[in-house]
Design a protein around this ligand. Structure first.
Ligand code: UD1
Length: 362
C-alpha cells in the first residue's frame, strides 16, 4: 500500500513523525512524506524534521504564504499533479491547517482514500479558519482517527458512519513521549537557551500566534498588557512566531523586559523549556494537549477550545482574551495544579500503532 503522509505547517510535523516511524514495522506499507511548503523558514520547518527524526520529504510542493485562497489553491494544484503522477492508495492528512484541507479535497476528488488523523475536534467557532478546515476534511474522509471522546460525539452528531470512526488516541502524545525520553538523556547544553533557563528557577513559557489574537492592534495590545503584568511576578520565555513578529513591528507593541523574546525554536528546545515551566500561556492547539500529558499548568488565551478534555481531565484553563480574564486564568491555573489531573484515555504513546492496525485491517 502506497501512502502519502501530508504535512505543511509546524504542528503537522510532530503528528506525522510517529505515524511514519510506526509504518516502518509494516512491510506491506510504503509511506512517502509530502511537504506542502506552507511553512518554509528553517526554524518553522527544517529544524522540525531534524528534531523529529523525519526523513527528508519525498515531495516538496513549495506552496509558501499568501491569503487563504491563494495558499490553499496553490497546494491543491500542485498536489493534484503529484497524485495523478504517483497514484497513491491512501492520503493521510493530520490536524486542521490549510494543507490538511487542500490535500483531502484533491485526493477525494481523484477517488483516493483519505484518512484524517485528529478528526472530530470542534471549537464551534466558524470565525476560526481551522474550524472550517476540520469540518470539511471530516465530511469527506474515509477514515477518521479521533483523539478524545468529544470528537466521537461531534462526528456522530454530524452523521459520520460509525464504521469510519476510530478512537485511536493522540499521536502528538506518541511523539511527546518519544521526545521526552531523548531529552532526559541530555543535559540541554546543546540548546541556545541553556544559560537562560539555568538563570531562572521559576518562569512561564508563552506562545502566541493566532490571527484573532495578533492581527488587530487592540486585541494584541490588551493581551500584551496582561502578559506584561504577569511578567512583573515571573519571567516569561517567548519564542515569537513569524506572524506575531510581523504584527508586533507593525503596531509598535512593547513587551516588558522580563519577557525574553526568542526566535522560533525547534521541537526539542521548546520542550526543554516548557516541560519545567511553572505555567504555559498559549493560544496553540497542541500545547494544550502536551501540557495536560506532562501535568504542566496551562492557561489558554482563547475564547474557546476544540480540545475540552484538557480542561475536564487535564491542566488547562480557558483564559479568554481580555486582560482580566488572562490574569484570573493565570492564577486559577497555578492553583489547579494542586488539585491534580489525569491523562485522557488512549493518550498512551501507542496511537500510531492503533492507526496502522485499523488501516491494515480493511
Ligand atoms: C498556520 C495554521 C495554524 C497553525 C500555525 C502554526 C492555517 C490556517 N493556519 O498558521 O492553524 O496553528 O500554522 O504555526 O493553516 N511565515 C514565515 N515563515 C514561515 C511560515 C510563515 O515567515 O515559514 C509568516 C508569513 O509572513 C505568513 C505568516 O507567517 O504570512 C503566517 O503563516 P501561515 O502559514 O499563513 O499561517 P500561520 O499563522 O503560521
Amino acid at each position: 500500500m502506497k501512502v502519502f503522509l501530508v504535512a505543511g505547517a509546524r504542528p503537522n510535523f510532530m503528528k506525522i513523525a510517529p505515524i511514519y516511524r510506526e509504518s516502518l514495522r509494516h512491510d506491506q506499507v510504503r509511506c512517502q512524506v509530502v511537504h506542502t511548503g506552507q511553512h518554509y523558514d528553517y526554524e518553522m520547518s527544517q529544524a522540525f524534521f531534524e528534531d523529529l527524526e523525519l526523513p527528508e520529504p519525498d515531495f516538496f510542493l513549495n506552496a509558501g504564504s499568501g491569503s487563504h485562497a491563494t495558499q490553499t489553491a496553490r497546494i491543491m494544484v500542485t498536489f493534484e499533479e503529484l497524485c495523478l503522477k504517483e497514484n497513491p492508495d491512501l492520503v493521510l492528512v493530520v490536524g486542521d491547517v490549510n494543507s490538511t484541507l487542500a490535500c483531502s479535497i484533491v485526493a477525494k476528488k481523484l477517488l483516493i482514500k483519505v484518512a484524517h488523523v485528529e478528526a472530530g475536534l470542534r471549537s464551534f467557532d466558524l470565525t476560526m479558519p481551522e474550524e472550517i478546515n476540520r469540518i470539511v476534511t471530516d465530511s469527506i474522509s474515509d477514515y477518521l482517527f479521533v483523539t478524545e471522546e468529544s470528537g466521537l460525539a461531534n462526528l456522530a452528531k454530524e452523521g459520520r458512519p460509525a464504521e469510519s470512526v476510530h478512537f485511536a488516541g493522540n499521536v502528538m502524545i506518541d511523539n511527546l513521549m518519544h521526545q521526552v525520553k531523548k531529552i532526559e538523556n541530555s543535559d540541554g547544553r546543546k540548546f541556545s537557551t541553556f544559560d537562560l533557563k539555568g538563570k531562572h528557577k521559576h518562569y512561564a513559557f508563552l506562545t502566541l500566534h493566532r490571527p484573532s489574537n495578533v492581527d488587530q492592534k487592540e486585541s494584541f495590545s490588551e493581551i500584551v498588557e496582561a502578559l506584561n503584568t504577569i511578567a512583573m511576578e515571573i519571567p516569561i520565555f517567548f519564542p515569537v512566531h513569524p506572524r506575531t513578529a510581523k504584527m508586533k513591528k507593525q503596531f509598535g507593541i512593547e513587551f516588558s523586559s522580563n519577557i525574553y523574546l526568542l526566535p522560533p525554536l525547534g521541537f526539542q528546545e521548546s520542550l526543554f523549556l516548557w516541560k519545567d515551566a511553572s505555567i504555559v500561556l498559549t493560544d496553540s492547539g497542541g500545547l494544550q494537549e502536551e501540557t495536560t500529558a506532562l501535568g504542566v499548568p496551562c492557561a489558554t488565551i482563547r475564547e474557546n477550545t476544540e480540545r475540552p478534555i484538557t480542561i475536564k481531565l487535564g491542566t488547562n484553563v480557558l483564559a479568554g482574551t481580555t486582560r482580566d480574564g488572562i490574569l484570573a486564568a493565570y492564577r486559577e491555573s497555578l492553583a489547579k495544579k494542586s488539585m491534580g489531573h489525569s491523562i485522557p484515555p488512549r493518550w498512551d504513546g501507542r496511537t500510531a500503532e492503533r492507526i496502522w492496525e485499523s488501516l491494515l485491517a480493511v
